[in-house]
Structures are given as structure tokens and as C-alpha cells.
Ligand binder design. Structure first.
Ligand code: ADP
Ligand code: GN1
Ligand code: MG
Length: 354
């Protein structure tokens, strides 16, 4: 499963560890190494997605250096260097890195209690707050235009034009329904260039399983999966939490009637996030906190549908209509969220007052 020379490159004896596939992400390959000398996470970086893995390593190093001087007590997961002192090990053209396994930690794939949503959001908020004000000059995008909705929207339109006829016909109604919400992309256009909506260092993948929780108390320990740590907008991190914490079922659910927006989870994540970053927000950012959820759900929905129309080249699928169903799932979630806008905006307003 993992070539022994890779484990050795990080100074560990392969025979002393049991290696297991770990985690449920779409992009990288993650392994857990367990042995008497401790536990480690070993990951193969997907270089189709991350074209320049060195950019990931540099962004993390810059953030780590800043945090180590400004906030030395903060737990930021640093990679374990190879025996040659490198952050990445290249084996037959593939990039590997190792990180320490945080003891007594666990993660959940789905928010099962509002407290979990609160704890996770607080961890993402804490990192955003501590990194607020860092000089962004040395940072680069690990995936260029990752959350650029304007370009995602163009890619969607291009996919509609290029799609094979059978897929286009099958998805016709769903395409129409997504196009009806194109105002979400238009709003993004105005935010992109608004100086009061400036870039921050964002995580860009704030799913709940990217937070490590204490396995006994379920209190937040720290965030993980830092591959997409790069300059971006507050709506990315906040929005992806709304996208992935509020519904009782995940983006994989095919019984769309089970998708709903649970007010208490929405409130818990807003409270958790704003308790940390609230004081750093500009007026323009404060005015777009509800928009964040719409932005991320819409973008993820059109990314899934684009991939369906392109013939499933990005997201791994388990059956032919998988990406179509994921897109339908996200559209349903978007509609459920928009129905509750007035009520949820009141929740946000109350959190901002505290
Ligand atoms: P992926 O790209 O597969 O999502 P992650 O970096 O999120 O990769 O790792 C997958 C899972 O492994 C996470 O959801 C988390 O449960 C666990 N994990 C990652 N890093 C650590 C760590 N340093 N300590 C403990 N568990 C970790
Ligand atoms: C991918 O690797 P994973 O599963 O955490 C994707 C995210 C999507 C997510 C949808 C680099 O994340 O943007 O939100 O799938 N990551 C990349 O499940 O494209
Ligand atoms: Mg992950």
C-alpha cells in the first residue's frame, strides 16, 4: 500500500508500524501509521489537483512561523521533515508528507450535535482570528481560482456547451434550476473587487472532519487538512460550514426529502465562528454572513454538476449519476436555506450584537 522507502525517508522503521487507509476525503490519499513508537499520518498529495505541492508547504511554513512568534501556545500542525530536512518526499514522481497524529483526537464526518458544530466553528474562527493581519505577500494559491465563483460559473457554462447530449438532456432541468440562482454569482463579482472585502488567510475546506476533537469530551483541539490554506474571503470558510453542518444528511444523500436546515446548528456554528472572528469583520463582511452559505452551496453544486457534464473527471464516483445526485442534493440544500433567510438573518444579527 505504501512503499517502505517512503516511511524510511521520514526517519521511521516501516516494520514497526501497521499502515491503514484513513479518512474520507475526495482528494488526497491518507494513511495512519500505528506502532509502539506512536502514530503518524502519512499523505500522498493529489498532484492533479495541487499542481505545485511546494506551494502548500510554503504557505504552511509562513503561517507556522507567524503563529510561533505571535501566538506560541496555539496548536498548528507542522509537518515532520524527512531525514534530509525537507517538508515533502518525492517518490517516483509522487509527493508525500508526514504529520504527527494528535493524541486523543478524533473527527466526525457529520455534525451530530449543535455543540460539535459550535466547537468546530470556533476552531476555524480561532485560526482565522490569530492569522488576521498576517502579511499575505509570500502566500500563493495552492489551487489557483479555487473559490472564484465567477470562473466556476464560466466553467459550468462551458460544460453545458461541451457536454455529451445524453448527459445534457438528463440534467436539463437541474441546469435550469441552477441558472435561476445566478444572482449568487453576480453578487460575488461585486465582492471580489470591494476593498472592504479584503483577502484573509482562509482554510477553504471547513468540513467538520477537518477539525480534530477530543475523543472523550468532543471539545475542539485544532484544525487539520491545511492544503488549501491560502488568501481568500471570509465567505469561503463560513459558507462551507453552513454547507456541511446544518443538514442532518451529507452531500452524498440521495433521498433529497431528508435535506433540511437545522436552525440550532446554524446558530451554533455562527456563535462559535463569530465569537472568534466577529471583532475583525468589516461592515461589508458583516453584511454578507448569510450570503456565505448561499455562495458555498451554490459553488459546490455547480462544481458537482460541471463534473457530471464533463464526464466525472474530478470527483471520484461510485455510480454513473453520482455527481448529478450530489448537485441535486446541493441545490435542494440551497433552496431550503433561502426559504429561511429572514429567520436566519435574525440569528446572525443576534450573534453580532453579543
Ligand atoms: P483528506 O484530504 O483525506 O480530507 P485530511 O488531512 O483531512 O485528508 O485527513 C483525513 C482525516 O485524518 C481527518 O479527517 C482527520 O480525522 C484525520 N487527521 C488528519 N490529520 C490528523 C492529525 N494530525 N492527527 C489526527 N488525525 C488527523
Ligand atoms: C473536496 O478532499 P475533500 O473531500 O476534503 C474538495 C472541496 C469540496 C469537497 C466536497 C481540493 O474536499 O473543495 O468542498 O471535496 N477539495 C478540493 O466534498 O477540490
Ligand atoms: Mg480532510
Amino acid at each position: 500500500m505504501v512503499n517502505e522507502s517512503i516511511v524510511r525517508a521520514f526517519g521511521l522503521e516501516p516494520g514497526a508500524f501497521e499502515v491503514k487507509k484513513f479518512g474520507s476525503g475526495h482528494i488526497n490519499n491518507t494513511f495512519l501509521l500505528s506502532g509502539e513508537k506512536g502514530q503518524y499520518i502519512l499523505q500522498k498529495i493529489n498532484t492533479y489537483v495541487f499542481r505545485e505541492p511546494e506551494v502548500i508547504a510554503r504557505n504552511q511554513r509562513l503561517a507556522a512561523d507567524y503563529l510561533a512568534t505571535r501566538h506560541p501556545g496555539y496548536l498548528f500542525i507542522n509537518p515532520i521533515p524527512t531525514v534530509n530536512g525537507e517538508e515533502l518526499y518525492v517518490h517516483e514522481g509522487e509527493y508525500w508528507r508526514m504529520i504527527p497524529f494528535i493524541p486523543d483526537s478524533t473527527s466526525v464526518d457529520q455534525a451530530d450535535t449543535p455543540k460539535q458544530a459550535y466547537e468546530a466553528a470556533r476552531q476555524f474562527g480561532k485560526m482565522a482570528r490569530l492569522l488576521h493581519g498576517i502579511d499575505l505577500h509570500g502566500f500563493r494559491a495552492t489551487i489557483p481560482n479555487f473559490h472564484n465563483l465567477t470562473l466556476r460559473y464560466s466553467a459550468f457554462q462551458e460544460a453545458i456547451r461541451q457536454a455529451k447530449e445524453d448527459r445534457k438532456q438528463f440534467a436539463e432541468e437541474l441546469i435550469e434550476r441552477f441558472l435561476r440562482h445566478s444572482d449568487i454569482a453576480v453578487t460575488f463579482e461585486t465582492l471580489k473587487t470591494n476593498p472592504a472585502f479584503s483577502d484573509r488567510l482562509m482554510h477553504h475546506d471547513t468540513k467538520i472532519n477537518n477539525v480534530l476533537l477530543n475523543k472523550h469530551t468532543f471539545e475542539g483541539i485544532c484544525v487539520c487538512d491545511l492544503d488549501t490554506l491560502m488568501p481568500g474571503k471570509i465567505i469561503s470558510d463560513l459558507g462551507d460550514m453552513v454547507r456541511t453542518y446544518v443538514s442532518p444528511v451529507s452531500e452524498e444523500e440521495r433521498d433529497f426529502s431528508r435535506i433540511e436546515v437545522r436552525d440550532e446548528y446554524f446558530e451554533a456554528l455562527m456563535k462559535g465562528y463569530l465569537s472568534e472572528v466577529g471583532s475583525t469583520l468589516s461592515d461589508a463582511e458583516r453584511a454578507h454572513l448569510f450570503y456565505a452559505g448561499k455562495f458555498m452551496i451554490y459553488m459546490q453544486g455547480i462544481r458537482f454538476l460541471t463534473d457530471y457534464l464533463n464526464g466525472d473527471v474530478y470527483y471520484p464516483i461510485k455510480y454513473p449519476e453520482h455527481n448529478y445526485n450530489r448537485a441535486m442534493n446541493q441545490l435542494t440544500l440551497l433552496e431550503r436555506l433561502i426559504e429561511k433567510e429572514d429567520k436566519l438573518q435574525q440569528v446572525i444579527d443576534a450573534c453580532l450584537k453579543n
